[in-house]
Design a binder for this molecule. Structure first.
Ligand SMILES: [Zn+2]
Length: 284
Protein backbone atom coordinates (compact mmCIF):
# COMPACT_ATOMS: atom_id res chain seq x y z
CA UNK A 1 0.00 0.00 0.00
CA UNK A 2 1.23 3.47 -0.92
CA UNK A 3 0.11 6.74 0.62
CA UNK A 4 -2.31 8.57 -1.71
CA UNK A 5 -0.64 11.89 -0.91
CA UNK A 6 3.13 11.36 -0.54
CA UNK A 7 3.55 7.76 -1.87
CA UNK A 8 5.26 6.67 1.37
CA UNK A 9 4.77 3.00 2.28
CA UNK A 10 5.10 3.49 6.03
CA UNK A 11 1.89 3.53 8.05
CA UNK A 12 0.82 3.12 11.63
CA UNK A 13 -2.54 1.71 12.71
CA UNK A 14 -5.08 4.42 13.56
CA UNK A 15 -8.33 2.48 14.21
CA UNK A 16 -9.22 -1.13 13.49
CA UNK A 17 -12.11 -1.68 11.08
CA UNK A 18 -15.65 -2.62 12.01
CA UNK A 19 -17.23 -2.68 8.57
CA UNK A 20 -17.07 -4.66 5.32
CA UNK A 21 -18.71 -4.17 1.94
CA UNK A 22 -21.66 -6.37 2.92
CA UNK A 23 -22.48 -4.03 5.83
CA UNK A 24 -22.81 -1.02 3.55
CA UNK A 25 -26.32 0.16 2.93
CA UNK A 26 -27.68 2.96 0.82
CA UNK A 27 -26.62 6.13 2.55
CA UNK A 28 -27.23 9.81 2.39
CA UNK A 29 -24.86 12.60 3.16
CA UNK A 30 -26.89 13.44 6.26
CA UNK A 31 -26.35 9.94 7.66
CA UNK A 32 -26.22 9.74 11.45
CA UNK A 33 -25.88 6.00 11.92
CA UNK A 34 -23.47 4.73 14.54
CA UNK A 35 -19.86 5.01 13.46
CA UNK A 36 -18.69 2.34 11.07
CA UNK A 37 -15.32 2.61 9.44
CA UNK A 38 -12.80 0.63 7.47
CA UNK A 39 -9.36 -0.14 8.95
CA UNK A 40 -7.75 3.27 9.32
CA UNK A 41 -4.02 3.70 8.73
CA UNK A 42 -2.00 6.86 9.25
CA UNK A 43 0.86 7.75 6.93
CA UNK A 44 4.00 8.26 9.01
CA UNK A 45 5.34 10.89 6.63
CA UNK A 46 2.50 13.26 5.66
CA UNK A 47 -0.09 12.29 8.29
CA UNK A 48 -3.07 11.49 6.05
CA UNK A 49 -5.32 8.80 7.51
CA UNK A 50 -6.83 6.44 4.94
CA UNK A 51 -9.14 3.48 5.27
CA UNK A 52 -8.10 0.29 3.52
CA UNK A 53 -10.80 -0.53 1.01
CA UNK A 54 -11.07 -3.07 -1.78
CA UNK A 55 -12.87 -2.83 -5.13
CA UNK A 56 -16.17 -4.40 -3.90
CA UNK A 57 -16.28 -1.86 -1.04
CA UNK A 58 -15.72 1.06 -3.38
CA UNK A 59 -18.15 -0.23 -6.01
CA UNK A 60 -20.88 -0.69 -3.44
CA UNK A 61 -20.24 2.73 -1.94
CA UNK A 62 -20.54 4.47 -5.31
CA UNK A 63 -23.60 2.45 -6.38
CA UNK A 64 -25.32 3.18 -3.09
CA UNK A 65 -24.66 6.90 -3.43
CA UNK A 66 -25.81 7.06 -7.06
CA UNK A 67 -29.15 5.51 -6.07
CA UNK A 68 -29.44 7.01 -2.60
CA UNK A 69 -32.87 8.56 -3.26
CA UNK A 70 -34.62 11.42 -1.55
CA UNK A 71 -32.78 12.99 1.39
CA UNK A 72 -35.53 14.52 3.53
CA UNK A 73 -33.17 15.54 6.34
CA UNK A 74 -31.03 17.56 3.94
CA UNK A 75 -34.07 19.32 2.53
CA UNK A 76 -35.41 20.09 6.00
CA UNK A 77 -32.14 21.94 6.67
CA UNK A 78 -32.01 23.71 3.32
CA UNK A 79 -32.45 27.28 4.59
CA UNK A 80 -29.48 26.90 6.93
CA UNK A 81 -27.36 25.40 4.16
CA UNK A 82 -28.13 28.36 1.93
CA UNK A 83 -27.24 30.75 4.74
CA UNK A 84 -23.91 28.90 5.10
CA UNK A 85 -23.42 29.23 1.32
CA UNK A 86 -24.07 33.00 1.37
CA UNK A 87 -21.53 33.41 4.14
CA UNK A 88 -18.86 31.52 2.17
CA UNK A 89 -19.71 33.42 -1.02
CA UNK A 90 -19.10 36.73 0.74
CA UNK A 91 -15.51 35.56 1.34
CA UNK A 92 -15.07 34.24 -2.21
CA UNK A 93 -16.43 37.45 -3.71
CA UNK A 94 -13.80 39.55 -1.95
CA UNK A 95 -11.26 37.94 -4.31
CA UNK A 96 -13.32 39.11 -7.29
CA UNK A 97 -14.42 42.65 -6.48
CA UNK A 98 -14.91 43.85 -10.07
CA UNK A 99 -15.76 40.90 -12.25
CA UNK A 100 -17.09 37.40 -11.69
CA UNK A 101 -17.04 34.54 -14.17
CA UNK A 102 -17.42 30.76 -14.17
CA UNK A 103 -17.70 28.86 -10.92
CA UNK A 104 -17.75 25.05 -10.69
CA UNK A 105 -18.80 23.04 -7.65
CA UNK A 106 -17.71 19.41 -7.34
CA UNK A 107 -20.21 17.30 -5.40
CA UNK A 108 -22.82 20.04 -5.56
CA UNK A 109 -25.68 17.72 -4.41
CA UNK A 110 -29.04 19.53 -4.83
CA UNK A 111 -27.42 22.86 -5.70
CA UNK A 112 -27.95 24.96 -2.56
CA UNK A 113 -24.52 26.58 -2.82
CA UNK A 114 -24.68 26.92 -6.62
CA UNK A 115 -28.05 28.64 -6.46
CA UNK A 116 -26.70 31.23 -4.05
CA UNK A 117 -23.59 31.63 -6.24
CA UNK A 118 -25.82 32.21 -9.27
CA UNK A 119 -27.81 34.81 -7.33
CA UNK A 120 -24.56 36.61 -6.52
CA UNK A 121 -23.57 36.87 -10.17
CA UNK A 122 -21.58 33.72 -11.00
CA UNK A 123 -22.09 31.57 -14.09
CA UNK A 124 -22.44 28.24 -12.29
CA UNK A 125 -21.58 24.64 -13.13
CA UNK A 126 -22.00 21.57 -10.93
CA UNK A 127 -21.17 17.88 -10.87
CA UNK A 128 -22.75 15.22 -8.65
CA UNK A 129 -23.05 11.45 -8.90
CA UNK A 130 -26.44 11.10 -7.16
CA UNK A 131 -29.35 10.78 -9.60
CA UNK A 132 -31.86 12.16 -7.13
CA UNK A 133 -29.66 15.17 -6.29
CA UNK A 134 -29.26 16.06 -9.98
CA UNK A 135 -33.04 15.89 -10.56
CA UNK A 136 -33.68 17.91 -7.42
CA UNK A 137 -31.19 20.63 -8.47
CA UNK A 138 -33.15 20.99 -11.71
CA UNK A 139 -36.59 20.90 -10.08
CA UNK A 140 -35.77 23.12 -7.12
CA UNK A 141 -33.34 25.67 -8.61
CA UNK A 142 -33.55 25.15 -12.36
CA UNK A 143 -29.88 24.16 -12.36
CA UNK A 144 -28.73 21.77 -15.05
CA UNK A 145 -25.86 19.99 -13.33
CA UNK A 146 -23.68 17.18 -14.69
CA UNK A 147 -24.84 13.89 -13.20
CA UNK A 148 -21.71 11.75 -13.22
CA UNK A 149 -18.22 11.02 -11.98
CA UNK A 150 -16.27 14.17 -11.04
CA UNK A 151 -12.96 13.27 -12.67
CA UNK A 152 -14.48 12.01 -15.93
CA UNK A 153 -16.77 15.04 -16.21
CA UNK A 154 -14.11 17.57 -15.25
CA UNK A 155 -11.77 16.14 -17.90
CA UNK A 156 -14.28 17.16 -20.58
CA UNK A 157 -14.00 20.89 -19.81
CA UNK A 158 -11.34 22.92 -21.62
CA UNK A 159 -8.24 23.87 -19.65
CA UNK A 160 -8.40 27.28 -17.92
CA UNK A 161 -12.23 27.27 -17.88
CA UNK A 162 -13.02 28.47 -14.36
CA UNK A 163 -12.29 31.43 -12.13
CA UNK A 164 -13.39 29.43 -9.10
CA UNK A 165 -13.72 25.72 -8.25
CA UNK A 166 -15.36 24.69 -4.98
CA UNK A 167 -15.23 21.27 -3.26
CA UNK A 168 -17.13 21.30 0.05
CA UNK A 169 -16.75 18.10 2.07
CA UNK A 170 -16.00 16.22 -1.11
CA UNK A 171 -12.32 15.29 -1.38
CA UNK A 172 -12.51 12.77 1.48
CA UNK A 173 -14.89 10.61 -0.59
CA UNK A 174 -12.51 10.14 -3.51
CA UNK A 175 -10.34 7.04 -3.85
CA UNK A 176 -7.62 9.01 -5.67
CA UNK A 177 -7.77 12.64 -4.53
CA UNK A 178 -4.43 13.61 -6.07
CA UNK A 179 -5.76 12.77 -9.54
CA UNK A 180 -8.59 15.24 -9.03
CA UNK A 181 -6.37 17.97 -7.59
CA UNK A 182 -3.92 17.72 -10.51
CA UNK A 183 -6.76 17.87 -13.02
CA UNK A 184 -8.62 20.76 -11.48
CA UNK A 185 -5.45 22.82 -11.31
CA UNK A 186 -5.43 22.65 -15.12
CA UNK A 187 -9.11 23.59 -15.36
CA UNK A 188 -8.70 26.75 -13.27
CA UNK A 189 -7.69 29.96 -14.98
CA UNK A 190 -4.24 31.28 -13.97
CA UNK A 191 -4.76 33.09 -10.68
CA UNK A 192 -8.03 31.20 -10.13
CA UNK A 193 -9.32 30.20 -6.73
CA UNK A 194 -9.93 26.70 -5.35
CA UNK A 195 -11.98 26.47 -2.15
CA UNK A 196 -11.85 23.18 -0.29
CA UNK A 197 -13.41 22.09 3.00
CA UNK A 198 -12.79 18.73 4.66
CA UNK A 199 -12.97 17.41 8.24
CA UNK A 200 -9.68 17.89 10.14
CA UNK A 201 -8.51 14.61 11.72
CA UNK A 202 -6.12 16.62 13.91
CA UNK A 203 -8.82 18.93 15.26
CA UNK A 204 -9.69 19.11 18.93
CA UNK A 205 -13.11 17.55 18.31
CA UNK A 206 -11.59 14.64 16.37
CA UNK A 207 -9.20 13.97 19.25
CA UNK A 208 -11.90 14.42 21.87
CA UNK A 209 -14.49 12.14 20.28
CA UNK A 210 -12.11 9.53 18.86
CA UNK A 211 -14.03 6.81 17.05
CA UNK A 212 -17.25 8.66 17.82
CA UNK A 213 -16.20 11.76 15.87
CA UNK A 214 -19.00 12.85 13.50
CA UNK A 215 -16.81 12.61 10.41
CA UNK A 216 -15.99 8.93 10.84
CA UNK A 217 -18.40 7.34 8.39
CA UNK A 218 -18.00 4.49 5.88
CA UNK A 219 -18.07 6.82 2.87
CA UNK A 220 -14.99 8.79 3.98
CA UNK A 221 -11.97 7.10 2.44
CA UNK A 222 -9.36 9.63 3.61
CA UNK A 223 -9.03 12.00 6.56
CA UNK A 224 -6.79 15.02 6.12
CA UNK A 225 -5.07 17.39 8.49
CA UNK A 226 -3.64 20.85 7.77
CA UNK A 227 -0.26 19.35 6.88
CA UNK A 228 -1.55 16.50 4.68
CA UNK A 229 -3.99 18.73 2.77
CA UNK A 230 -1.13 21.19 2.20
CA UNK A 231 0.98 18.34 0.85
CA UNK A 232 -1.84 17.26 -1.49
CA UNK A 233 -2.52 20.78 -2.79
CA UNK A 234 1.10 21.79 -3.23
CA UNK A 235 1.78 18.52 -5.07
CA UNK A 236 -0.92 19.63 -7.49
CA UNK A 237 0.67 23.03 -8.07
CA UNK A 238 -1.43 25.16 -5.72
CA UNK A 239 -0.26 27.92 -3.41
CA UNK A 240 -2.28 28.02 -0.20
CA UNK A 241 -3.65 31.48 0.44
CA UNK A 242 -5.68 30.98 3.61
CA UNK A 243 -6.75 28.36 6.14
CA UNK A 244 -10.05 29.19 7.80
CA UNK A 245 -12.63 27.44 9.89
CA UNK A 246 -15.73 26.96 7.76
CA UNK A 247 -18.71 28.53 9.50
CA UNK A 248 -21.80 26.39 9.23
CA UNK A 249 -25.30 27.33 10.24
CA UNK A 250 -27.67 24.63 11.37
CA UNK A 251 -30.86 24.37 13.35
CA UNK A 252 -31.08 22.84 16.81
CA UNK A 253 -33.35 20.26 15.22
CA UNK A 254 -30.49 19.16 12.96
CA UNK A 255 -28.01 19.18 15.81
CA UNK A 256 -30.38 16.88 17.67
CA UNK A 257 -30.71 14.62 14.67
CA UNK A 258 -26.93 14.25 14.43
CA UNK A 259 -26.53 13.68 18.15
CA UNK A 260 -29.22 10.99 18.13
CA UNK A 261 -26.88 8.83 16.03
CA UNK A 262 -24.31 8.65 18.81
CA UNK A 263 -24.05 5.56 20.91
CA UNK A 264 -23.44 7.10 24.31
CA UNK A 265 -26.47 7.84 26.47
CA UNK A 266 -26.07 11.57 27.18
CA UNK A 267 -25.75 12.47 23.51
CA UNK A 268 -28.77 10.35 22.66
CA UNK A 269 -30.74 12.02 25.42
CA UNK A 270 -29.79 15.51 24.22
CA UNK A 271 -30.48 14.38 20.68
CA UNK A 272 -33.94 13.25 21.73
CA UNK A 273 -34.70 16.69 23.17
CA UNK A 274 -33.40 18.75 20.27
CA UNK A 275 -34.70 16.48 17.54
CA UNK A 276 -38.17 17.94 17.59
CA UNK A 277 -40.20 20.21 15.36
CA UNK A 278 -40.15 22.92 17.99
CA UNK A 279 -36.53 23.66 17.34
CA UNK A 280 -36.74 23.31 13.60
CA UNK A 281 -36.43 26.97 12.73
CA UNK A 282 -34.09 28.06 15.48
CA UNK A 283 -30.51 28.71 14.65
CA UNK A 284 -27.33 28.15 16.57
ZN1 LIG B 1 1.74 10.24 3.12
Amino acid sequence: MQCIVCTSEHFSEFYKTNVTAKDLKRYQITENTPRFYGAMLKCRLCGVVSITFDTPYLTKLLTNYKHSGQDVVYIAEEQQRRRTARNLLKKINTFFPDRKGKLLELGCYIGSFLFEAKCSGWEVYGIDLSHWAAREAQRRYNLSIHNGDAIQTLAQFSDHSFEVIVALDFIEHLPKPQELIDLLHKKLKPGGLFIITTPDINSITARLFGKQWYAIVPSHLHYFSKSSIRYLLENGGFTITQYKYHTRYFSLWYLGYRLSGFSFPLARFLGGIFNSEFFNQRNV
